[in-house]
Design a protein around this ligand. Structure first.
Ligand code: ADP
Ligand code: ASP
Ligand code: MG
Length: 444
C-alpha cells in the first residue's frame, strides 16, 4: 500500500485532474489518494468564514453560489455522460446546501473548521465520481471517520490505525481509495483541521497508520529546491534529504512541505517522495533516513517572526533566571524558535503572538522588554552543515545586511540568522550566490 497526496494546483483544473488520473493508473499497486481542495478554494472559504463572523448573509450567499458554479463548471468539462453529470451536480448541490446550513450558525472554532474543510469534500466527491464513471474503480472514504488524531501536534497514530482499518474492512476492496486531506477530528470528537497546507500531514499520518511502503507528495514543482524558487532564480531540486533536513526546512518555511509532514513517518523509516504532477518522470526528492551527502543542502525562510529582547541588570544569568523567563512562555503555550544570550540580556524569537501582551506584562515585572515584529528567520540546512568548508561564507552577509540574531551550533544541521523581513529576499539571493555558486577555482 502506498499513499499519494495531490495538492491544490494538481487538482486545480480539469486538465490537471486528467494528469492526476494518468499518475494513478500508471501502476497497479493499492493506493490511498489524499486530495487537497482546488487551488484558491480554501482561501475563498477562509473569506467565507469572515462573512459568517461578521454576519453578512448577502456575501455568504454570493460566495456559496460562486463555489457551486466553480464546481459545476468542473463537472461539465470533466464528465461526458449526461446522467453522471446530473448525479454529480446533485451531490455538489447537497454539499452546498449543507454549507448554507452551517454558515447560518453562530461563529465558533468548530464552524470555522467545518467550513474551511469543505473544499476537500467537494473536490474528492467530484474526482471519485469522475474516475468511477470512466471505469477506474475507486472508493471514496470520509476522512472524518478515521482521522481521529486527538492532537494536531502529536497525532494519535494508533487510534487512526484502528479507525482506518475498520473503515477499509467495512468498504469493498478497491485498488484506489480517495480521501480528503486537511480535515481531522480532535480529542473532544469535534471536527478540526491540520492547519494550512495540512494535506501533506494527512498523507504521512495515514502512511504511518497503515505502515505504507512510501508516501508520495505530488505538487507543482520537481522536488524540494535548494532555495525558495519564488524569490531566487536558478534554484535546483535536491535528490535526497534526510528526515532531519526536511523537518528543519519545512519548519523554517519551505512552503512545499507542511512543517510537520515528516514527523509521523520518521520512526518507521517510510520514505517520503516529492514529485511533480506536471513532470512525473522528473526525479524529485526522496526523504529518508539515508545520509547521501553531508554538508550544505538548502536555505529556507520563515516570515512572521517576532524578536523579543529581555534585559536585566539584576544578574540575568544567575541561577534560575532563564528558567523563570522560559516558564512565562511555557505558561502561555508559546514556543521559542531562536535564542541568543549575553551577560545582561537575552534575545529570543516567537512566531505565535496571540499571547504576547500577557507575556510582556508578566516579564515587565522583573526585566526591561522590547518587541520587534516583522522579522524572518533564514535557515541554512544540511547534515553537519557547520562542518561544511563553505559555510563560513554565509557570515559575509554581515557586510551587507543588518543581522539581528545568529544561531550557530544549536544543532550540527542548522545555522539560522534573523533579519528584518524587508531584507529577506536580498539575503536569500546573496546566500544563494555565495553558498551555491562556488567559483571553479574555489572547489578542491
Ligand atoms: P501544493 O498546493 O501542491 O501543496 P504548495 O504551494 O503548498 O503546493 O507547495 C509548492 C510550492 O512551494 C512551489 O510551487 C514553490 O513555489 C514553493 N516552494 C517554496 N520553497 C520551496 C523549495 N525550497 N522547494 C520547492 N518549492 C518551494
Ligand atoms: N486546502 C488546504 C489549504 O489550502 C490544505 C492543503 O492544501 O494542504 O491549506
Ligand atoms: Mg502545500
Amino acid at each position: 500500500m502506498k499513499i499519494l497526496k495531490f495538492g491544490g494546483t494538481s487538482v486545480g483544473s480539469v486538465e490537471n485532474l486528467h494528469k492526476v488520473k494518468e499518475i494513478l493508473t500508471s501502476d497497479q499497486e493499492e493506493k490511498i489518494v489524499v486530495c487537497s481542495a482546488m487551488s484558491g478554494v480554501t482561501d475563498q472559504l477562509v473569506r467565507l468564514v469572515e462573512s459568517i463572523k461578521f454576519n453578512n448573509p448577502e456575501e455568504i450567499t454570493r460566495s456559496l453560489h460562486r463555489l457551486e458554479n466553480k464546481h459545476y463548471d468542473v463537472i461539465d468539462a470533466l464528465v461526458d455522460n449526461q446522467e453522471v453529470k446530473n448525479t454529480l451536480k446533485d451531490g455538489v448541490s447537497s454539499i452546498i446546501t449543507e454549507m448554507f446550513e452551517v454558515s447560518s450558525q453562530e461563529y465558533s472554532d468548530i464552524i470555522n473548521s467545518r467550513i474551511i474543510t469543505f473544499g476537500e469534500t467537494l473536490l474528492t466527491y467530484i474526482f471519485s465520481g469522475f474516475l468511477n464513471s470512466i471505469g477506474i474503480s475507486n472508493v471514496l472514504l470520509d476522512a472524518k471517520e478515521f482521522m481521529h488524531v486527538d492532537s494536531v501536534e502529536n497525532p494519535n497514530i494508533e487510534k487512526v490505525r484502528k479507525k482506518i482499518n475498520k473503515v477499509l474492512n467495512d468498504n469493498i476492496q478497491s485498488p484506489i481509495y480517495i480521501t480528503q486531506g486537511f480535515v481531522c477530528i480532535d480529542e473532544n470528537n469535534q471536527i478540526s483541521h491540520l492547519k494550512r497546507g495540512g494535506s501533506d500531514y494527512t498523507a504521512t499520518i495515514i502512511g504511518a497508520a497503515l505502515n505504507a511502503s512510501e508516501v508520495q507528495i505530488w505538487t507543482d514543482i520537481d522536488g524540494l529546491h535548494n532555495n525558495d524558487p519564488r524569490y531566487v532564480d536558478g534554484t535546483h531540486p535536491i535528490a535526497h534529504l534526510t528526515y532531519n533536513e526536511a523537518a528543519e526546512l519545512a519548519y523554517f518555511g519551505a512552503k512545499i512541505l507542511h512543517p510537520q509532514t515528516v514527523s509521523p513517518v520518521v520512526d518507521k523509516d517510510i520514505p517520503v517522495l516529492l514529485k511533480n504532477t506536471f513532470d512525473p518522470e522528473a526525479q524529485g526528492t526522496v526523504i529518508s533516513n539515508k545520509v547521501n551527502r553531508k554538508g550544505l543542502k538548502a536555505i529556507s525562510a520563515k516570515d512572521g517572526i517576532t524578536a523579543i529582547k529581555i534585559k536585566s541588570n539584576r544578574m540575568l544569568m544567575a541561577h534560575g533566571y532563564l528558567r523563570r523567563i522560559f516558564e512565562v512562555f511555557d505558561n502561555f503555550n508559546t514556543s521559542i524558535d531562536m535564542i541568543t544570550t549575553s551577560e545582561i540580556a537575552i534575545s529570543l524569537t516567537i512566531d505565535d503572538t496571540s499571547n504576547l501582551d500577557e507575556i510582556v506584562k508578566e516579564i515587565e515585572n522583573y526585566a526591561e522588554i522590547t518587541v520587534e515584529q516583522d522579522h524572518s528567520i533564514i535557515c541554512i540546512v544540511g547534515e553537519s552543515v557547520i562542518n561544511d568548508r563553505n559555510s563560513y561564507k554565509l557570515f559575509e552577509i554581515l557586510n551587507y545586511i543588518p543581522v539581528r540574531m545568529v544561531s550557530y551550533g544549536g544543532s550540527n544541521n542548522n545555522i539560522s540568522i534573523l533579519v528584518d523581513t524587508r531584507d529577506k529576499i536580498p539575503t536569500l539571493r546573496f546566500l544563494n550566490e555565495r553558498l551555491f555558486q562556488i567559483p571553479e577555482k574555489a572547489v578542491v
